[in-house]
Design a protein around this ligand. Structure first.
Ligand code: GDP
Length: 572
């Protein structure tokens, strides 16, 4: 019972490259011996330890539709292995012979996958003694290393998997709908991810959302990178630059993590493993923006071209459009991800992969709705004339895309990212080249002293330049200050002049009033026959008389009071 559960698990894990649904199915019967994991998986797993990804905000989505949210931590259910995982077996120390030296594998599909940049000539390697292949020996009994794949399997399941998928294309081409359809869940929240018209931005942004998906106890941390605003402006020149910057920043992060003195055995892999590029279903081939984007990004990330909204074309139109696109991709020497013909499987599996591979660029239909028809639940788009079924290979290539990207080639996408794109970035970076392949500086084979001299010269030149710039700035500031001072001086003079004029006017007015008063006085003196001096004298006399009278009266009053108080005995 346990053995069959283990076997089915292995089937799922190592041989999950069978295609199901849409009439294409090629299941492989379980074999008795534990299957050897594909070499790519082995490489990937041997590089990794059981470290968990960095904490970050995630949505936790079960593949069966149950979704729970996790904040600031990636929730990986690793406390106990899944019930269907292989049973723990006692692991006696197994002497493991040193693995053979890795044989450099040539870059796959030299036409479509990018070539490595040319490096400075390397000294020829000395002839090494040939290592003889060890002879195969039969064992007398069961030692236990046949269990190694199970150990790798358990470790991989415990750790979980990471995958970063980028979607690029104009707004409204159905990117978010397709992502939801791909993972059979609402990767995009409706609240957080409003309709296209609301998301149209003037500039290209790069947004990431992380979800944790679970399927049969296998955890996949999926990062979706969206690029809202791409191709939506009137002038789309350079709208690919934020995307290039993002992709390279992830390589940079990985390189930094790898180059640390105290580094993790396996730094979190946030590099973009796959880019679905959405082409509008115009029927007229690629637009200049499509060509430009794919040309620029083709050697940095695995591009998979996708024809959006394939239900808007008839099958013939779709076929012609695909041919046209592939022709233009060839003409413009665009590097797209080249699905390897074989992923290790044989027989039906290989044939299916071959047939699905021929469907590139995938013409897809996306739908968030499930329709009930004849007791069947179909994900599709309902029209008066019928239903465009998403998961039907006769209606569109959605299933081919999902099988190729998730079931059969996910690990290969990661491997190509790591061994081709990231390696190229790393080489460029360490060789001091910028992203366009031009040298940052000429440092190639110079001796260190000459280089230091050159750097010093450059530094001095830079300082001189800075000094002259500062001098210029200073001069400008002094000029501005002088101009301001002059301005305020003029303003002061203007105000002074205005005040002077106002005072003069006031003085003139006062003079006039004085004159008028004098004239009035003269007229009055003439009329009354009195002079003002006479009037003043008379008034003084009258005043003094009044004062004397008043005083007398007061003295008299005082006397009366003193008399009364003496009589009453009150002192005043
Ligand atoms: P995004 O802006 O690229 O993420 O586009 P959306 O996924 O928000 O979809 C924009 C509109 O196109 C929505 O009304 C979808 O229902 C619709 N749509 C999505 N996929 C398809 C498709 O395959 N065919 C058709 N005809 N419409 C689609």
């Amino acid at each position: 019972m346990q053995r069959s559960a283990l076997q089915s698990k292995r089937e799922l894990f190592f041989k999950s490259d069978t295609v199901s649904g849409g009439g294409v199915s090629a299941s492989v019967p379980p074999s008795a011996a534990p299957p050897a994991p594909p070499s790519t998986l082995k490489d990937a797993l041997s590089k990794r330890s059981a470290t968990l990804p960095e904490p970050q905000e995630t949505n936790h989505v079960e593949a069966n539709g149950i979704a729970t949210k996790h904040s600031n931590s990636v929730s990986v259910d690793v406390s106990k292995p899944p019930s269907t995982a292989p049973p723990p077996t006692p692991a006696p120390p197994v002497p493991i012979s040193a693995p053979p030296a890795p044989v450099p594998t040539p870059l796959r599909s030299t036409e479509n996958i990018m070539k490595k940049p040319e490096h400075p000539p390397v000294a020829p390697k000395p002839d090494l003694p040939k290592i003889e292949k060890p002879k195969t020996k039969e064992l007398d009994g069961y030692v236990g290393f046949a269990n190694l794949p199970n150990q790798v399997y358990r470790k991989a399941v415990k750790k979980g998997f990471e995958f970063t998928l980028m979607v690029v294309g104009e707004s409204g081409l159905g990117k978010s709908t397709l992502i939801n359809s791909l993972f059979l869940t609402e990767v995009y929240d409706k609240d957080k991810h409003p309709g296209p018209s609301l998301r149209v931005k003037k500039t290209v942004g790069v947004e990431t959302s992380v979800v944790l998906l679970k399927e049969n106890g296998v955890n996949l941390t999926l990062t979706i990178v969206d690029t809202p605003g791409f191709g939506d402006a009137v002038d789309n020149s350079n709208c690919w630059q934020p995307i290039i910057d993002f992709v390279e920043s992830k390589y940079e992060e990985f390189l930094n993590a790898e180059s640390r003195v105290a580094r993790k055995a396996a730094p979190p892999d946030t590099r973009v493993h796959c880019c679905l590029y959405f082409i509008a279903p115009s029927g007229h081939g690629l637009k200049p923006l499509d060509v430009e984007f794919m040309q620029r990004l083709g050697d940095k990330v695995n591009i998979i071209p996708v024809i959006a909204k394939a239900d808007t074309m008839t099958p013939e139109e779709c076929k012609d459009f695909k041919e046209q696109i592939m022709k233009e991709i060839g003409q413009h020497k665009i590097k797209i991800y080249d699905f390897p013909e074989s992923t290790g499987e044989e027989g039906d599996g290989a044939d299916v992969t071959k047939s699905l591979r021929a469907r590139v660029p995938f013409a897809v239909v996306g739908a968030n709705t499930v329709i009930e028809q004849d007791g069947r639940r179909i994900r599709g788009r309902k029209y008066p004339w019928g239903i465009a079924e998403v998961e039907n290979l006769e209606h569109c290539d959605f299933l081919a895309l999902r099988n190729m990207v998730i079931r059969t080639h996910l690990q290969d996408l990661k491997d190509v990212t790591s061994s081709v794109h990231y390696e190229n970035y790393r080489c460029r970076k360490l060789a001091g080249l910028s992203h366009d392949g031009k040298p940052h500086r000429t440092n190639s084979n110079k001796n260190p002293l000459a280089q230091m001299e050159e750097e010093k010269r450059e530094h001095d030149l830079k300082m001189e330049k800075m000094e002259s710039e500062m001098e210029q700035i200073f001069q400008t500031k002094v000029r501005d200050k002088r101009a301001k001072l002059k301005e305020s001086e003029a303003e002061l003079a203007r105000r002074h002049e205005a005040t002077r004029r106002a005072l003069e006017a006031q003085a003139r007015e006062l003079d006039e009033r004085q004159r008028a008063l004098n004239a009035e006085r003269a007229a009055w003196e003439r009329d009354t026959g009195l002079s003002l001096d006479d009037l003043r004298r008379r008034s003084l006399e009258a005043n003094s008389k009044e004062t004397v009278d008043g005083k007398e009266k007061k003295d008299k009053k005082k006397k009366d009071w003193s008399f009364k108080s003496v009589a009453t005995g009150i002192s005043i």
